[in-house]
Design a binder for this molecule. Structure first.
Ligand code: GDP
Ligand code: ZN
Length: 328
């Protein structure tokens, strides 16, 4: 399902149907609504009662989702592309870090794109790329102004799956989407009659085809980063930590890698200070909120029992007290 507008859904067929149909305009069966099942763009659906000449049908069932993003509401996303500018606004490592962590939290593949490559000197671009490779990414510099990198990005996004771009505002996400989907405006204006986006239709996310099986959401995703609530979930969001832990494990299973004895992660990596400041923020938030309300849904990464979190917080506050005493 590639677009949700007013009372209709646009459904792209896996193959080509009779009368060369590639897409159907579908209504939702009422029973889908009754079971409370909400359809997301990106959902795989079963269509019934197809009128091929009119290219109409009705969505009868929605397949189970592999992933579900809320901002934007996209099902089965398989790639989040974090987009930041090199200049205007200047690349800000703490901000990029938080966007990368938010992208990693979705659990899907993360790509990194650096825009406005035309605004930096080649040696500065080189330095940024080398630094961010150290973070565990393969940054792709692009310039929509000069066209650099657009074809490389298109190739990365032509792998089957749904991609969503995200990043701070003003970095050039919309320019990038337009560069990747030049027919976008054309397609929007080609939609006729009651489907046309008017004052009364809500603007929803829509998926555009980049290659067979490869779709791109036309709406940039989250533009405000979001950290996990449980401090133990922070480390695995860093490729550097994942890599180090694949080689050796820390002595304590709930090690928070802040210079603890037997820590296999250490501090000899560029993002370590950013890791520590995010950890501080997560711990401060956990402390501020107090014990979690048991009525809340458990975290996405499974059930972490309360005692372990509380214990870590106690350890931390003891450590803070000791530090405080030492500082006095
Ligand atoms: P968004 O908020 O991330 O969607 O960013 P936009 O696509 O709206 O772009 C923000 C500004 O950056 C606009 O003024 C664009 O013209 C400019 N811009 C976008 N891409 C480039 C680029 O490759 N080079 C330069 N110099 N400016 C760009
Ligand atoms: Zn550790």
């Amino acid at each position: 399902m590639t677009a949700l507008e007013a009372n209709f859904c646009r459904v792209r067929l896996d193959g080509i149907g009779p009368a060369a149909a590639g897409e159907l305009l579908c209504v939702r069966r009422t029973r889908l609504g009754k079971t409370g099942q909400r359809i997301y763009v990106g959902d795989r659906v079963r269509v019934e009662g197809i009128d091929w000449p009119a290219r109409r049908g009705a969505i009868a069932a929605v397949a189970e989702r592999r992933t579900q993003l809320e901002r934007p509401a996209v099902a089965n996303c398989s790639r989040v592309v974090v987009v930041v500018a090199l200049e205007q606004p200047r690349l800000d490592p703490p901000q990029l870090n938080r966007f990368l962590l938010t992208a990693e939290r979705t659990g899907v593949a993360v790509e990194l794109v650096l825009t406005k490559a035309d605004l930096v000197a080649p040696q500065d671009l080189q330095a940024w790329c080398a630094r961010l490779q150290g973070w565990g990414y393969e940054p792709l510099p692009v310039s929509t102004l000069r066209g650099d990198g657009i074809e490389s990005l298109r190739r990365r996004l032509q792998q089957p799956g749904i991609s969503v771009l995200c990043g701070p505002s003003g970095v050039g996400k919309s320019s990038l989407i337009n560069a990747l989907v030049p027919t976008l405006d054309l397609r929007v204006s080609a939609v006729s009659g009651r489907l046309q986006r008017g004052r009364h239709t809500t603007r929803h996310v829509e998926l555009f085809s980049l290659a067979p099986g490869a779709l791109l959401a036309d709406t940039p995703g989250f533009n405000r980063p979001d950290l996990p609530r449980d401090p133990i979930e922070l480390g695995p969001l860093f490729p550097e930590i994942r890599r180090r832990q694949a080689q050796a494990s820390c002595r304590f299973r709930n090690c928070l890698h802040q210079g603890d004895p037997g820590c296999a992660v250490g501090d000899a990596w560029d993002r370590h200070p950013l890791y520590l400041s995010c950890l501080e923020a997560v711990l401060a938030e956990a402390e501020r909120e107090g014990p979690r309300d048991s009525s809340e849904p458990s975290s996405r990464r499974g059930d972490r029992s309360e005692p372990r979190l509380d214990q870590r917080l106690r350890q931390l506050s003891r450590r803070r007290q000791r530090q405080g005493q030492a500082d006095d």
